[in-house]
Design a protein around this ligand. Structure first.
Ligand code: 5GP
Ligand code: MN
Length: 330
């Protein structure tokens, strides 16, 4: 059953229908929404009889290794056996977030852009569906599948659900809409095993991850009179606990739990092209806008969840970002 409150653009449906070989790409270092939306669209197009290629510059994270995929995830465009007829970009507020490797292909073939980030410049040459009121790109793919008269069942339903819970904090953030909950109800009606997915998503931590989080919790810095919660992670810290770098993902949510904290800031040291840089994750609540802070550093995101990469080590990043964060509550 389709949701009468949501309209999928006809241009987008037409673009998808007119190509038989489709490459689906999402932003690098994908979260559950980017990966789930990719898988969900892949299953949708596969069901329509199309050849589906999944692409992600960094691959999908280990913690989503159980997600059923319609095809393997390619990380190298040059290894493609021939060109796709169409590229669909998912959950990427701008084309650059898809990674450097795909930029040439984006100029050569028609592009469909499906996303929920405010400020998306509608870079799709064939069609754009950009709706910042949508909590997850995965919800958009759910509506798209239903517009194509596919029931939300099996691997498709699983992938949509992973996207929904990832970007709504399991239906708890303010971005959750009635249409999101109605879609979740249809997923359940289709036989989705939500307890099974919860166990795969949450109850599969390594001992190292738990110990890493313990260390991060004891090292948290509370700054600016209790309004700013900060965690810094050096590149070597996860190793000390036998944890993976991706295990720090999501820790920023813990900082937001502290009473009085209005901005949560996670600073992860990374190395790119031989340079030490910092991956910045920002979280806030309600009207407090951290997207503006991320945008000052060339990043972006949503009002209450945003990120950027800063060309400085973590301590220096903290020093330069802190004055901008104070604007959030001033
Ligand atoms: P996270 O902190 O989970 O990495 O990212 C939170 C949100 O911020 C993501 O959903 C994404 O929308 C956005 N985001 C994170 N990093 C970047 C970035 O480097 N550039 C842009 N434009 N958005 C980002
Ligand atoms: Mn998203």
């Amino acid at each position: 059953m389709r949701d009468s409150t949501v309209t999928v653009p006809e241009t987008l449906l037409a673009a998808l229908k007119s190509h038989d070989r489709v490459l689906i790409a999402a932003h690098a270092n994908p979260d559950g929404d980017a990966a789930g939306a990719s898988a969900a669209l892949g299953w949708t197009l596969r069901t329509l009889g199309k050849e589906v290629l999944l692409y992600n510059e960094t691959g999908f994270p280990d913690y989503l290794g159980w997600l059923r995929l319609p095809s393997p995830v390619l990380r190298d465009i040059s290894a493609l056996p021939g060109k796709p007829g169409l590229v669909v970009a998912l959950d990427s507020g701008d084309a650059a977030r898809l990674g450097e490797g795909i930029q040439g292909l984006l100029r050569e073939v028609p592009v469909v852009n499906i996303d929920h980030h405010p400020g998306n410049p509608e870079y799709g040459s064939a069609a754009n569906w950009v709706d910042p009121a949508m909590p997850a790109t995965g919800e958009m793919i759910g509506h798209l599948a239903e517009a194509l008269e596919l029931p939300l069942e099996g691997a498709l339903a699983e992938a949509v659900y992973v996207a929904l819970v990832s970007d709504t904090g399991s239906f708890a953030y303010g971005n959750t809409r009635p249409s999101t909950l109605r879609m979740a109800a249809r997923l359940l009606e289709g036989g989705l095993d939500i307890a099974g997915i919860r166990a795969k998503l949450d109850n599969n931590w390594s001992e190292g991850k738990l110990r890493l989080w313990g260390r991060l919790m004891s090292d948290v810095r509370i700054l600016d009179g209790g309004r700013l919660g900060v965690a810094l992670i050096s590149r070597s810290l996860p190793d000390e606990y036998g944890a993976l770098r991706e295990d720090a993902e999501g820790f920023v949510e813990q900082l937001r739990r502290i009473k009085g904290v209005r901005v949560a800031l996670l600073l992860r040291e990374v190395e790119k092209d031989g340079r030490i840089m910092t991956r910045v994750s920002l979280r806030s609540s309600g009207a407090d806008d951290v997207r503006k802070v991320a945008a000052q550093f060339g990043g972006g995101g949503h009002r209450n969840a945003a990120g950027a990469t800063v060309d400085l080590p973590p301590e220096k990043t903290l020093a330069v970002i802190q004055p901008y964060i104070r604007h959030v509550w001033n």
